[in-house]
Every structure is written in structure tokens, then in C-alpha cells.
Design a protein around this ligand. Structure first.
Ligand code: PLP
Length: 459
């Protein structure tokens, strides 16, 4: 395969992609759950001789039954990892260039487009001017970066050089509604799961600011070292929002920094009417949201806004002589803001997406999704035997049958049926089904098919 072959095959791949997307509704959304089936189709050993691309492409089509179709307009599970056509095009171009933007000089355009895109998004989300930021692969990495920075700031950067042995017992605070990426960050940053203090929530599922203040004070009295607070703006389970303003105020009084996880719900803040949900966010030190979720910038693309990047760069940045750019002291090397050294040109898909749809086009989609989620919730609430467990938080709501076993059996029937795809969570000890509307190309008809399928399968 050379570049001439690539030209031909790229055209075929583009046609294939067009047909794939045009006929997605005819496919079951979720792949059948048959462990090992696809692996058994592949030869157990690698080829010694080159193989024909025709054959390779034909074999690619054979693994499609093992694909869950994330771009299917009736994907209502998790949160969709959206890929707008414009962002797919940008990814093709980024793939063709295949630049590795680890430092400014390895592609000045990659760094500079990233700086401008982060600022466009800051404005789009209504954040104040002081915020700058960077793009990570995932919200998990951004949260890990924030937690490592909290740890090092609390240890006066001794952890980086001396390690954690002999350090005081560190404590991190979040509610149980935050995503498991916070638990992961606490584990791998050397803080330990036991030292991630889960602060109780009130009836609206917000962390109780008073309980947060009490926990910090008690930990200090016990000789622990509090390092920071992670806040939830759109929990994955049922869409919980912490009262950001009150919780950040508590953290500030205690001299602790804050990181807000708005991975899926953050995109909704391009609509001014939803910004009340994260009121006070401009006082936070770090905020992450995933344009690869609701904004349609193809996976992977997680933007972290930072009030002041200095502590994070001090924590994650290293500049050995082989990564220096002589005579250019003022440039930004984004690898120093993030965990990996190597970086893909992720900002390109943001540039294409924001321009191809405009903020107004993106707002329309998000508003539609929120409205349709409410309509679907209303219709599902009327199905005999089903109760709504949590009302729509933006475009996420949950429902259940009278017992966990019945709910689980209903979910299995829904996903085996294949017309829609939903997933589960545990809420208040109850097994519930989540419905999250957010697929880039879904229509009202797609969303309203969900109550019909559920009613049919309940019958
Ligand atoms: N935080 C929240 C609220 C999420 O919903 C998710 C994923 O769905 C994550 C974090 C983790 O995101 P990522 O896959 O980008 O690490």
C-alpha cells in the first residue's frame, strides 16, 4: 500500500462511510453480546506476506456485527461520543498530516489553533476572560491532571521529587455523584480511595456545603492534609449538579482549590438559559468538559479550562534539552500542561465543527435534545408498570419497573430488540434505566420511538 493506493482507498472509504451513515437506522444499535465471536473470526497469527487491500477491506466489513453503532441516531446510552461530519473531515485531514504537536515547534499551527479554540469555547460557554486552557484526550486525564496539581500544590511540590512516603495523609473531597474518573484519579495519584471523602448530598443531589466545611475541618483537626474539592456539573448516573457557588466558597474559605467535572453537561452551557445550573463556576480553578460529547467534535477531545495554568505546568511540565526551542521563550508547549508528551492535532476538529455549524446551530441541537428528552419522559411516565425515578436533568432521566429484576429484564429486552440503546445505573439502591438524549443526528421521531419500543416490550 503506497500513497497512490491510499488515494484510491480513501475515496472508497469515503463512499463506504457515506453509505454506512445513510443506513445506520437499519442496524441494531448495540452489538449482540457474544464474547469471543469476533476474535474467533481473526487468524491467531499475524501475516508474514503482504495481503491485498481488497481482502483486508472485505474482512473489515465482516467485523461490523461486533460494532455498537455510536453514531446511530437512536443511541440513548451513556453519553454519546458524537462525531459531526465536519469533525470527521477534520480528523481525516489531521490523519493525513499526522503531525505530533508535543511542543510548539513540532507544529506551531497545532498549538496556536488549540489556544484560539480553547478561547472560542471559553467565550461560547460564557466563562470570564481570565481562563485559559488545553485539550486532553479525555475528561479522566484532565481530572487526573487537576488532582495531581492539587496534590503537589498541597505538598509544596515535594511529592514530585521525594515521592509520597513520609507525606501527611492527603484528603480529597467530592460527592458520590461524581464520575468514577475521580476515584481513579485519587487511586493513581497516590491519594488512595479511602482518602477520597464522599460528602453527603441534599435532596437535589448537590453536595452539602456545610458537610464539606465540616469534613475539611475534622480532617485538619485529625492531622490530615486536605488538597482540593472536585465538583459535579452533570453527573453521569442521573445528572446531578453540585451547588457550585456555595461549594467553591467553602473550598476558598478553607484555602483549597476546585475542579469542576462538566464532561457531558458542559456543552449545554453554550445556551445561556442553562448556565444557572453551574452558577458560580467562574470562581473554580479548573473545569473540564468534553466537546466530543454534546458539541460533536469527534472523540477524543476534552477541554480543561484553568484559571491559572502555572501550578499545573509546575506539576506536569518537564523540559529536557531535547525538547527546547532555542530563542523562543514565550512559546507554549502544551505537553507541559498534560500527562502524555505526544499530542494529536485535536483542535482542528473543533475549528471545523464550530465553523460548520456555528454556535447557533449547536445550540439548536442541544435545545432540541433537552425538549425531546422531556417529551419522551412524559410519554414513558404514562406506560403502565413504569415509574420515572429521576426527572430530566438537561437531557437525562431515569425510569424503572416495580422490582430491580423486572427493570433489568426490560433493559435486556430493549437492547436485544436493537431499535434503541439504553443503559442502567443504580440510584438510591434501585436498578434504574437511563435515557440520555444527545446523539448529534437524532430527530424527534428517533427520540419518540423510545416510548413506543418500551411500551411494546412491556406489554
Ligand atoms: N465525567 C463525567 C461526568 C462523564 O460523564 C464521563 C464519561 O462519560 C467522564 C467524566 C469520563 O469521560 P472520559 O471518557 O472523557 O474520560
Amino acid at each position: 500500500m503506497d500513497h497512490d493506493d491510499l488515494r484510491e482507498w480513501s475515496k472508497r472509504a469515503a463512499d463506504w462511510a457515506h453509505d454506512y451513515h445513510a443506513h445506520l437506522r437499519e442496524r441494531p444499535v448495540r452489538a449482540p453480546l457474544e464474547p469471543g465471536k469476533i476474535a474467533r473470526q481473526l487468524p491467531p497469527v499475524p501475516p508474514e506476506a503482504p495481503e491485498a487491500m481488497d481482502q483486508i477491506f472485505a474482512d473489515f466489513e465482516e467485523i461490523l456485527p461486533g460494532i455498537t453503532h455510536w453514531q446511530h441516531p437512536r443511541f440513548f446510552a451513556y453519553f454519546p461520543a458524537n462525531a459531526s461530519p465536519a469533525s470527521m473531515l477534520a480528523e481525516q485531514l489531521a490523519n493525513a498530516i499526522a503531525a505530533q504537536g508535543m511542543i510548539w515547534q513540532t507544529s506551531p499551527a497545532a498549538t496556536e489553533v488549540e489556544q484560539v479554540m480553547v478561547d472560542w469555547l471559553r467565550q461560547a460557554l460564557g466563562l470570564t476572560e481570565g481562563f485559559t486552557g488545553t485539550i486532553h484526550d479525555s475528561a479522566t486525564t484532565a481530572t487526573l491532571s487537576a488532582v495531581l496539581t492539587m496534590r503537589e500544590a498541597a505538598l509544596n511540590w515535594h511529592g514530585l521529587t521525594n515521592g509520597l512516603s513520609g507525606a501527611p495523609r492527603l484528603r480529597l473531597y467530592a460527592s458520590a455523584q461524581t464520575h468514577s474518573s475521580v476515584d481513579k484519579a485519587a487511586r493513581i495519584a497516590g491519594i488512595g480511595q479511602e482518602n477520597l471523602v464522599k460528602i453527603p448530598t441534599d435532596s437535589s443531589l448537590s453536595m452539602k456545603p456545610g458537610a464539606l466545611a465540616g469534613a475539611i475541618a475534622a480532617d485538619r483537626a485529625a492531622g490530615f492534609l486536605p488538597i482540593g474539592v472536585i465538583l459535579c456539573a452533570g453527573g453521569t448516573s442521573v445528572g446531578a449538579f453540585d451547588k457550585i457557588k456555595d461549594c467553591v466558597a467553602v473550598a476558598k474559605t478553607a484555602d483549597l482549590t476546585t475542579h469542576v467535572d462538566a464532561a457531558w453537561a458542559g456543552s449545554a452551557m453554550i445556551c445561556p438559559e442553562f448556565r444557572g445550573l453551574w452558577d458560580g463556576v467562574e470562581a473554580a480553578d479548573s473545569i473540564v468538559f468534553n466537546p466530543h460529547k454534546w458539541l460533536g467534535a469527534q472523540f477524543d477531545c476534552a477541554v480543561q479550562f484553568l484559571r491559572d495554568p502555572t501550578p499545573q505546568v509546575k506539576t506536569l511540565g518537564l523540559r529536557p534539552s531535547y525538547l527546547e526551542t532555542a530563542g523562543k521563550e514565550e512559546i507554549v508547549n502544551f505537553n507541559e500542561w498534560t500527562v502524555p508528551l505526544g499530542r494529536r492535532f485535536r483542535a482542528l476538529k473543533l475549528w471545523f465543527t464550530l465553523r460548520a455549524y456555528g454556535l447557533d446551530g449547536l445550540r439548536n441541537r442541544i435545545r432540541n435534545h433537552v425538549n425531546w428528552a422531556n417529551e419522551a419522559c412524559e410519554a414513558i411516565s404514562k406506560i403502565p408498570g413504569i415509574s420515572i425515578i429521576t426527572k430530566p436533568s438537561l437531557s437525562l432521566f431515569t425510569f424503572a419497573c416495580d422490582t430491580n429484576a423486572r427493570t433489568e429484564a426490560l433493559l435486556a429486552r430493549i437492547n436485544d430488540d436493537g431499535r434503541i440503546y439504553l443503559t442502567q445505573t443504580m440510584h438510591g439502591g434501585r436498578y434504574v434505566i437511563r435515557m440520555q438524549v444527545g446523539q448529534f443526528d437524532c430527530t424527534q421521531e428517533d427520540v419518540m420511538l423510545a416510548p413506543k419500543v418500551i411500551a411494546e416490550l412491556m406489554g
